[in-house]
Design a protein around this ligand. Structure first.
Ligand code: GCU
Length: 597
């Protein structure tokens, strides 16, 4: 039995509208991440107890503490039992679990018991949640341990020293759309809620490897590998060893105050989409061992060209959401491989994972199958650019993404946002994000999907100054009906760095045919792609494109007789099978581009 403190009584809570403050520490963030690749995981996926909590009754009353009594030992009534809901499978999106939950937005509670037996008295135990949308509060054995903000990046909680044999783990997940979150409340995708990636326990030795980053030094020589390692013992002066057997590397590096930045001399076979060569890398420190499969490549820009391993490359891409009409945002290996298979069929060497960090498996599989990736944080449309807490949230999501995918060769571009009006506040906010990405990761390019400068009919955005690549969303033939304006844009523009057309396209209902002048017919969409390619092929500063979008996807903003809750700009329908006529137009252009490469 848990007693309430003297000052609390059963009625007081209904007058406290600031009840959420003590549960919004945001203490689970990029600084509490640990290195996990190559480590054994104990899955906590499976059947949990679940209940929606539309009025936040559990947090208001504090009745995550079960069986409460007052200070005299009298049993208190409980209005809301967070662990007396119904079964739900984790990972999942609650919207897809019951028809009545489809549009539910608010708080929901997950509860499950798990047993823990220590394998050695000095081990440290961490919980890892792959992603939960959006604000996730963690309670272990009825004690609040902290919360994480952000709907698409992993977070960790250390359980060491607090675990019993039988443990009650509870999450309160809130997916409210608000004006100051990242993304804010208006987006063109569905606001799924819940724990939609894996939940795992990870045990590490007392002293362990907290962070391990490795990359080919981008100096054009392709013969130097940089490593940066941080260990848990901040006083450590002993050595870590890095082994890359296939390169004959078995190097000991001396730590200084628990960190080391070192260089390894080697001339690895370079990773590319055509030759996705990966090397086994092992790192050890005292009792700890981690391993990963790493590709070595260099991505850079030169004038208006994008260079992969020193050679110009045209990024033949397509954009894709994390969305499925049956399971929402849940991605698994089969779903990701299908995405990549369709992209390869299209002739892609590149994909834009829009508009938020996708499942970590996407970058791992792209490393293997050979696709270049654009990864993005959801600084989307009218973000509250003036609010410091919004910037902190956006920067944390960016750093969580970079830390998670740093060692993935396939990831070549960090995008700091999408389609934001060129205001002073946005310029400061997104320039700071771009600077953070560059400082933290010297091995990648930074971009953003910018808007056309409509006043000047020009590719011009003040943010471009701090970007390596200018992403450009343009919809001539759809939102901008006049193709001549696209031609004029090309004539007016003279960017000094590469441009990637990060979005273009048109909507069509698969199977709906008619004259190419009728919107939402496949013929209309096909004609837009033909006209777009006519202009794009003449713009020599355009070094890539990722048309919008591979598959139709769910969006509450899309309601007419053709869309019915789905954005229909997919080259393939939301059944992830039926190709539209425009698919073959883009495929033909990419075949032509590949032959010229
Ligand atoms: C915008 C936006 C997308 C949106 C698309 C559309 O460019 O970036 O998220 O889905 O246009 O209108 O279909």
């Amino acid at each position: 039995m848990t007693t309430l403190k003297q000052s609390e009584n059963f009625i007081e809570h209904i007058h406290d509208e600031n009840y959420g403050a003590k549960y919004n520490l945001q203490n689970l963030n990029h600084t509490t991440m640990i290195y996990v690749d190559g480590r054994p995981r104990e899955q906590l996926n499976g059947v949990w107890n679940f209940t929606v909590d539309a009025y936040d009754s559990v947090l208001r009353e504090g009745c995550y503490i079960l069986d409460r009594t007052d200070v005299h030992g009298n049993r208190l009534p409980w209005d809301f039992a967070p662990d007396e809901g119904h079964d739900i499978v984790v990972p999942s999106c609650w919207n897809m679990v019951k028809p009545e939950y489809l549009y539910y937005e608010g708080s929901a509670w997950y509860s499950r018991w798990f047993t823990y037996f220590s394998e050695n008295s000095e081990e440290r135990v961490f919980l890892r949640v792959g992603a939960a949308n959006y604000d996730t509060k963690v309670f272990l054995n009825q004690e609040f341990l902290g919360n994480h903000y952000g709907g698409s990046t992993p977070f960790f909680v250390e359980f060491t020293g607090t675990l019993q044999e039988k443990n009650l783990l509870q999450f309160c997940v809130n997916n409210d759309r608000t004006s100051d979150r990242v993304p804010m409340k208006n987006t063109d995708w569905f606001n799924y809620g819940g724990i939609y990636r894996d939940v795992e326990l990870i045990r590490v030795p007392k002293d362990f490897i907290v962070d391990f980053r490795i990359y080919l030094v981008p100096n054009g020589n392709f013969n130097e590998i940089a490593v940066a390692i941080t260990v848990s013992d901040e006083t450590a002066q002993d050595e870590v060893s890095v082994r890359i057997p296939e390169l004959g590397i078995d190097q000991s590096l001396k730590l200084e105050t628990g960190k080391i930045k070192g260089a390894l001399n080697a001339e690895p076979e370079l990773w590319s989409p055509e030759n996705p060569k990966l090397y086994d890398v092992e790192v050890s420190f005292r009792e700890d061992r981690v391993s990963d499969r790493i590709g070595f490549r260099q991505i850079s820009v030169e004038g208006t060209k994008v260079l992969l391993n020193g050679k110009p490359i045209f990024l033949r891409g397509v954009s894709v959401h994390e969305d499925d009409r049956c399971v929402g945002k849940v991605s698994d290996k089969a779903d990701i491989l299908r995405r990549f298979q369709h992209a390869k069929e299209l002739g892609c060497n590149f994909m834009r994972l829009a508009h938020y960090p996708h499942h970590e498996l996407a970058a791992k599989l792209a490393d293997k199958v050979g696709l270049l990736l654009w990864e993005e944080v959801p600084v989307y449309w009218a973000i509250d650019f003036d609010k410091p807490t919004t910037y902190k949230d956006a920067e944390n999501q960016l750093l969580e993404l970079i830390k998670r995918d740093f060692n993935r060769a396939s990831v070549i571009i960090w995008s700091v946002g999408n389609e934001n009006a060129d205001t002073d506040a946005r310029l400061k906010f997104m320039s700071n994000l771009a600077q953070t990405a560059k400082q933290f990761d010297p091995s990648r390019l930074v971009s953003a999907a910018c808007l056309v400068n409509r006043e000047k009919a020009k590719i011009e955005d003040r943010l471009a100054e701090v970007l390596d690549i200018i992403g450009l969303n343009e919809y001539y033939g759809w939102y901008e009906p006049n193709y001549n304006d696209f031609i004029r844009l090309g004539e007016n523009s003279n960017p000094d760095k590469p441009v990637v057309i990060t979005e273009t396209g048109a909507g069509a209902l698969a199977g709906h045919h008619g004259p190419k002048t009728d919107m939402f017919t496949e013929e209309y969409m096909k004609n837009v792609y033909n006209k777009q390619i006519e202009v794009i092929r003449e713009l020599d500063y355009v070094q890539g494109m990722s048309p919008w979008i591979l598959y139709d996807f769910r969006s509450p903003r899309r309601c007419n007789r053709f869309q019915k809750g789905f954005n229909r700009k997919g080259l393939i329908a939301d059944n992830k099978h039926t190709k539209k006529l425009a698919f073959y137009v883009l495929q033909k252009f990419y075949q032509e581009k590949a032959e010229k490469q």
